[in-house]
Design a protein around this ligand. Sequence first.
Ligand code: NAD
Length: 237
Amino acid sequence: MIQDARIVAGFTGAGISTESGIPDFRSPDSPWMRHKPISFDLFLQSADARREAWRRKFAMDDLYRGARPSLGHLGFASLVAAGRMPAVITQNIDGLHQESGLDPDQVIELHGNGTYAKCLACGGRHELDWVRRCFDADREPPDCRMCGGILKAATISFGQAMPEGPMRRAQKLTASCDLFMVAGSSLVVYPAAAFPAFAKENGARLVIVNREPTPLDGAADLVIHAEIGSVLSVFVS
Ligand code: NAD
């Protein structure tokens, strides 16, 4: 299918990072499910919620510091390097596609990126190490160094608008591809999960590599229920 395809779109979820040691969202004992998520509105309204969001963020970062790209990330990176895949659309926030060698413009992040912080007022980027030093010293998250606005991890929280640029780029790639390859997503988080269905409706072939069944398995041209590394490692060059 890859050989036949003109344009291959990659699409990943948390499952591609489990072999890097980062748990996915829905598996039993998932650390992501331990707390009720802090919605975007609450984050904006409450200093207590912001403090708690940063406390949780740094605790999770400590657990998964040093995670390296998996064979799945490297397999997709090889398809990009070979010119078969213009970009990978990802729901992940861990930056591991970039670490596998992809340029920033070859990764379309639908849910943002948790490896840096962003000002909600001016969009200014801040490094997490600096935010953490301030947080550890004052027990309060710092304000934006440029404009004094509220800083937040550069991820998309529940209730926060999807990022316009990445959504547009993902739509364009989905509409233009003739093969759409999903790896490691339960395909239940919308609007991200609409992309594979849209690709299929638009005439592309759909391949799903996932440990467990997904709601789109019935529509796919090929479903592989297996560990991602064992499947995508065949592409690693
Ligand atoms: P999900 O947890 O809902 O689904 C992950 C899927 O991957 C599951 O169906 C699971 O069976 C499968 N899977 C796990 N490890 C696998 C492996 N080694 N091989 C094959 N399949 C495997 O994740 P989702 O669909 O991405 O949706 C969850 C949301 O949570 C997303 O928005 C995502 O951004 C976020 N999230 C991100 C990270 C991350 O950045 N690494 C981690 C957790 C959650």
